[in-house]
Write a protein that binds this ligand. Structure first.
Ligand SMILES: [Zn+2]
Length: 152
């Protein structure tokens, strides 16, 4: 299958917990393909073992063509999530928007990757300790104020 024949992905926003699956258009019939199943594969990642990648297998209702589409989950900030208790909290939402909009350049991306490598172990510690949550809350507060003053 050539590149021109690849199914087209339309829409679909993946958020933590609230997920909208993208619609996949059949390259031949230009119709929305039907989701046959969702599956998760485990891949080796970084220093800390594995990450899970979700796929949906779709099929065209007209011509029967099949396709697998990778579904990437947007991650909330681990430390912020552990600090504020929920990936859907207002504070985490603000920080995540800031990350997506302001840190999308070359250096920003490297920083974000670095952050995702170091933060899960820190987040686990923070989640276990109210004392540490108080510390991270006070550390994150100036950043949060800055982010909000920029309109996120
Ligand atoms: Zn088709």
């Amino acid at each position: 299958m050539g590149d021109a024949e690849k199914p087209r992905r339309v829409g679909g926003i993946e958020e933590v917990k609230v997920k909208t699956l993208p619609q996949i258009m059949c390259p031949r019939c230009n119709r929305v393909m039907v989701v046959e199943r969702k599956r998760t594969e485990t891949e080796k990642s970084g220093l800390f073992g594995t990450k899970k990648i979700n796929y949906i297998d779709v099929k065209c209702p007209d011509c029967g063509s099949r396709w697998s589409e990778k579904i990437e989950e947007k991650k909330g900030c681990f430390i912020a999530t552990a600090t504020y208790g929920s990936p859907m909290s207002d504070q985490v939402e603000s920080l995540r928007k800031f990350r997506d909009y302001r840190l999308s350049g070359y250096i920003g991306k490297h920083f974000v990757n670095f952050y995702y490598t170091i933060s899960p172990p820190i987040a686990r510690l923070v989640a276990r300790s109210e004392k540490l949550r108080r510390v991270t809350r006070s550390l994150l507060k100036p950043l949060l104020n800055l982010v909000r003053s920029m309109g996120h």
